[in-house]
Design a protein around this ligand. Sequence first.
Ligand code: FAD
Length: 358
Amino acid sequence: MDPDRLPELGGTTASLQRFRYCAHQGLLKHAIPTDCGGYGNRFADLVAAHEALGKSCKDSGLLLSINAHLWGALFPLINYGTAQQQETYLPPLLTGQWLGGHAITEPQAGSDLNALTMSATQTDEGFLLNGHKRYITNTPIADVLVVYARLDTKLSAFIVHNDDVGADFLGSPQVSGCQSATMGDVILTHCLIPITRQLGKTGSGNMIVQQALELERAFIFAGLCGVMAWQLDNVVKFSRERTVNGLHLGKNQAISHKIADMKVRLDTIRLWVNECARLKDNNKRITLASAQTKLFAAEAFLQSSLDAVQILGSSGLLEDSPMARLVNDALASRLFSGSSEIQKNIIAALLGTGEGYR
Ligand SMILES: Cc1cc2nc3c(=O)[nH]c(=O)nc-3n(C[C@H](O)[C@H](O)[C@H](O)COP(=O)(O)OP(=O)(O)OC[C@H]3O[C@@H](n4cnc5c(N)ncnc54)[C@H](O)[C@@H]3O)c2cc1C
């Protein structure tokens, strides 16, 4: 993808334009079967395409937006949608005509899925949804969201449209990381949706959300590897150009060792992401590998972003410095798709110890 063709405008419209540009390049069709409208290629191809995009756009927010769309809406519809739902939603989601995402987190409950309280009540006309979601990537501009709510106390998934009566997709609050992605609350007040908009069976919400999060954890760092590769290139260039005491900055071992660590972190994330792709391409489970990938990658991204700013000195901390911005993006990455602590809980639980997981 040509970075110069990604619009550099500010605000909501720019987010949508940049998303649609990527969609028009076919980015949303990787690892999707041809009978669903995709390329029928491998997850390995998806990983390569996302890394190329990350390197050209250097925009963690755009990558977050695309990942929320893919793993939050498109893949759940492919895996759990009825024929009618797939016919309705897949074409506009694959072409980027519609933007999707998923709404799990609530003001009082993030990591703890058991504490989610949004409710769904079945009536003669359809499902009535009531409740409040927070930190939802792609609102207010998302066209559709997969929303998780309790139906008869059982976590279930529903497809909610931006223009449904009683649905408010808001543009705030927004966190300070990945800011080029839009984010906000979703408030549903007696929001009536047709029966045909339930995704999967009653009570299958847990399974759908876990699968969505596993995919997000496994592959969101494919694009971020591209951003980190650009970060590393910049730091290497700076270390060769900047002179201190008559020597290139990188001649100081304290600096060159930081750069070596950044390279090892980046390549280790690549190995992990590609291992997830290999497992998916061989129809293997990724519960453990995706948690390990996300945990390692988010912590590595933060450490490398701190190192990059330190190596660049105060120029790395200038208000509009993209390097300073990456520190906040990395902090956000330790929280989205389940925090680092939750990934450790998952890994420990799979080893037969610890307290379980989101
Ligand atoms: C950029 C960004 C995008 C996001 N996009 C979305 C989205 O599209 N849809 C969506 O639904 N949500 C989204 N979120 C929300 C995100 O999933 C939650 O922030 C995350 O799950 C943590 O929940 P919380 O913020 O409520 O923190 P809490 O769950 O309240 O946790 C607070 C702290 O306690 C720790 N903690 C919690 N439970 C445990 C435990 N059992 N053991 C050890 N430590 C624990 C956490 O790790 C965290 O450090 C997004 C968040 C960010 C930052």
